[in-house]
Design a binder for this molecule. Structure first.
Ligand code: NAD
Length: 437
């Protein structure tokens, strides 16, 4: 089967490369000419473990090609995935301009029956709008072409994207016609063979399932963060609480790790989007609204925690930060808690110096006043506090004697609880973490 993937970012590139690996012929399109040029040179523009090898192998075996022309992805493809960015608008709604641009381009160039699949996370009702945009372009040109529009939300996690795509917990396919269902079932046949559950729903259900999943995971994070804060006041240990509830199979142990609040390219914008969507339909998602609010307060609380370690005033003080990406194993800084924390510290007059294993390029763009250091130890040099914001593995076993010698004051604020309080205090640190007294 021939497919086209339009939008070659974290989702589109992984989707294209993984389908190519299954033996499908894939054309990936993107309007970012520099990105396509890099890919054509065999360079992968993002950091995602295993992706470079996968891309290079499939390019070499001629199953994966790249183009800046959406029309090239449209020609010859039976299935077209739309995997473009869908950022938040200031009111919380989703910005669908890229989805519209791609849909209209498909309408202008479609030459025969195809299944157009929304893989981007898009509000309920977007499939209908995609159909409308394509139809409008066809009408303008006085042409008639049959096509289906389906929803196939993506659940991959950055940092583990290839494994998640190739061995997903489930695949959700939303269609309103049998032809599209049969084609998408056949495309996902390699996953049937490994018995990945494939859930076929109608289109709006598939669209909503993605938001329900992200809202639920975000809720788990905000839930444990609120309990962590309570633990700090009463002398309880949030890790024991997380284990105590997580071992209950009705609850499950995942996403019960306290931290500085969730970030990333999905949870914050998707929570805002579904809350706004519900309001517009006259409904209320009170839990999701609370999750958004708790998360914003958690990030702010982290700033207060850091300031409290510096006598309540960070002005003129140097703070070292470890980890800037929104989570380990990615270079993605979109909505990272580090952005809120660093900006707030800078606004209060602190000088911030930081190191991240992969997000330094993104940090240069997002945080121009941040001093970037060559490694974790350089981020400690002369700092009056070291703040661990993202739990990269390489930060878990730092040379504590060296860190203590480099810091101006032996203060460690561990926002991911990757160290244990007792040994840190025994080693002479003023150690502050989350939800453990
Ligand atoms: P991204 O920003 O990494 O990639 C999007 C790509 O689309 C960019 O390369 C951009 O240049 C391209 N693009 C934008 N407009 C275009 C157009 N008109 N024509 C062709 N290309 C265009 O975004 P992403 O992280 O891959 O996310 C894509 C979608 O998938 C979003 O809706 C997101 O919510 C969803 N999603 C993301 C993840 C994730 O972990 N990143 C997981 C699940 C779902």
């Amino acid at each position: 089967m021939n497919i086209g993937v339009i939008g070659t970012g974290y989702v589109g590139l992984v989707t294209g490369a993984c389908f190519a690996e299954f033996g499908v012929q894939v054309v990936c399109a993107d309007i970012d000419a520099e990105k396509i040029a890099q890919l054509e040179r065999g360079e992968v523009p993002i950091y995602e473990p295993g992706l470079e090898d996968l891309v290079q192998r499939n390019v070499k075996q001629r199953r994966l090609t790249f183009t800046t022309q959406t029309s090239e992805a449209v020609a010859n493809s039976l299935v077209l995935f739309i995997a473009v960015s869908t950022p938040s608008l200031p009111d919380g709604n989703t910005d669908l301009r890229s989805v519209e641009a791609v849909s209209r381009e498909i309408g202008r160039t479609i030459d025969g029956y195809k299944v157009i699949v929304n893989k981007s996370t898009v509000p309920v009702g977007t499939a209908v709008r995609v159909r409308g945009w394509i139809d409008e372009e066809l009408r303008k040109a006085g042409r008639k072409v049959e096509f289906s529009v389906a929803s196939n939300p993506e659940f991959l996690r950055e940092g583990a994207a290839i494994g998640d795509f190739m061995r997903p917990d489930r695949v959700v396919i939303g269609t309103d016609d049998e032809q599209a269902t049969a084609i998408l079932r056949s495309l996902y046949r390699p996953l049937y063979l490994i018995e990945a559950p494939v859930l076929i729903t109608n289109v709006v259900t598939a669209e909503l399932t993605k938001y329900a999943a992200n809202a639920f995971l975000a809720a788990k994070i905000s839930f444990i963060n609120e309990f962590a804060n309570l633990c700090e006041d009463i002398g309880a240990d949030v890790h024991d609480i997380a284990r105590g509830i997580g071992l209950d199979r009705r609850i499950g142990s995942k996403f019960l790790h306290p931290g500085p609040g969730f970030g990333g390219s999905c949870f914050p914008k998707d929570a805002r989007s579904i809350a706004q969507f519900a309001r517009e339909t006259g409904n209320s998602l009170a839990i999701v609204e609370a999750v958004i609010d708790v998360n914003a307060r958690q990030q702010q609380r982290m700033v207060e925690k850091i300031a409290a370690c510096l006598d309540g005033d960070v002005r003129g003080k140097t703070v070292g930060v470890l980890g800037l990406s929104f989570k380990p194993e990615t270079d993605d800084m979109r909505d990272s808690p580090a952005l809120t924390i660093v900006r707030a510290l800078q606004a209060r007059g602190a000088r911030v110096q930081a190191y991240d294993p992969q997000a330094m390029d993104a940090a240069r763009k997002e945080l121009p006043d941040l001093t970037l250091c060559s490694d974790a130890y350089e981020a400690c040099r002369g700092a009056e506090a070291l703040v661990i914001v993202t739990e990269w593995n390489q930060f878990r076993m730092l040379d504590l004697d060296r860190i203590k010698a480099l810091l101006a004051r032996p203060v460690v604020v561990d926002l991911r609880n990757i160290y244990d309080p007792a040994p840190m205090r025994a080693a002479g640190f003023e150690y502050v973490c989350i939800g453990r007294s």
